[in-house]
Design a protein around this ligand. Structure first.
Ligand code: SF4
Length: 348
């Protein structure tokens, strides 16, 4: 475990206070090493796999078997033959893993790690869309409630939303709904260039991290601080911030952009700050900066090493889903993956 990884695990006061005291540092580093060793033993004993999102803490990314975006995590969850799946991410990610693996144990180490954006996807909002635009297809962003997935037509992620909408527009649909992120809906609509109208369901859904901390203000400031850097902006950010981007894409698309553009280049990643750690691991020669140090999703950071260890030790908290809702939500996930040609053989 890198020392600064251990440092970031001990957030706030302890780490600050300990910085000048080598005895404390030895104790802290030893504690983290102990957790990593317990995790190694437990993972083997439980035949477990740990899937982590790009926004999780560095030390969580370091111990994960796989780190990626929501779509990649869902595909890995469908493909794994592990007996236990630990989802280091927010609740909807653990739900998707369980949907795709109804007979396996899926653990979500911190059930309080939710997603404020996902909660905008209510039954009421979807019923409004269905009555206002009868027959129009509804794309449901993976960042959504289980119920919204059960009520939607196709699951999308920020990596697949444009492609999915393009295919539906190609089939002749003039209106396409997208729940629940208004900025993603706006970006998909822009990307279609008028081929179809994309309606945000509900009109006010947004991620507070991207809406307020990846705003035009922070992107402008980052451009001033790093004038030579390419600026990559996530589609959950508002249009004014996206306008300042050299590239707009999901977290996995941003990482691939660095790889194909210049792995030694300079980049500002205008999304949750955890992605900068992932990018530096993949491209150690690149200079990568988060758009600001404040761009933190506190829900993602609730997944800590000690909680992962405890969940594997006790095989709790397990994700359990209402069977009928889960079945319909699974169909939406499968249709969404199929629509963009990403359906794993295990789900076909
Ligand atoms: S960054 Fe935003 S969309 Fe992602 S989990 Fe956090 S609150 Fe939800």
């Amino acid at each position: 475990m890198p020392v600064w990884g251990a440092a970031s695990w001990i957030r706030g006061g302890v780490a600050q206070g300990a910085r000048g005291e080598s005895v404390w540092w030895v104790a802290v580093a030893g504690f983290v090493e102990g957790l990593v060793e317990r995790l190694r033993v437990l993972r083997e004993r439980r035949r477990a796999v740990i899937l982590a999102h790009n926004y999780t803490l560095p030390e969580v990314q370091d111990v994960a078997d796989f780190v990626g975006d929501s779509l990649e995590m869902a595909i890995r969850a469908a493909e794994t033959d592990a007996e236990v799946i630990v989802v280091a991410g927010v609740r909807f990610m653990a739900e998707v893993a369980k949907l795709l693996n109804p007979d396996r144990v899926v653990l979500h180490p911190e059930p309080a790690a939710g997603c404020p954006l996902a909660d905008y996807a209510t039954r009421r909002a979807i019923e409004w869309f269905r009555s206002r635009y009868p027959g129009a297809p509804l794309l449901v962003y993976v960042n959504s409630t289980l119920e919204a997935k059960a009520l939607g037509d196709y699951l999308v992620t920020s990596a697949s939303a444009v492609e999915a909408a393009r295919r539906l527009a190609g089939e002749g649909h003039e209106v396409i709904g997208l729940a629940p992120d208004r900025n993603l809906a706006d970006w998909v609509g822009e990307s279609l260039g008028g081929a179809a109208e994309v309606v945000a369901v509900p009109p006010e859904g947004h991620c507070p991290v991207h809406e307020y901390l990846v705003s035009e203000y922070y992107v402008r400031r980052a451009r001033e601080e790093h004038p030579g850097a390419r600026v990559l902006v996530h589609p959950e950010a508002p249009r004014a911030a996206r306008r300042l981007a050299d590239y707009v894409g999901s977290t996995s698309q941003m990482l691939r952009y660095i790889g194909r553009t210049d792995p030694r280049g300079e980049y500002v990643l205008a999304t949750e700050e955890g992605l900068a750690y992932r990018a530096r691991r993949l491209y150690p020669e690149a200079r990568v900066y988060p758009v600001s140090g404040r761009t933190v999703c506190i829900d993602m950071k609730k997944i800590t090493l000690d909680k992962i260890v405890a969940s594997l030790e006790h095989l709790r908290p397990r994700v359990e889903l209402p069977p009928e809702t889960a079945k319909r939500a699974r169909e939406t996930v499968v249709r969404g993956l199929e629509l963009v040609g990403k359906l794993p053989k295990t789900l076909a």
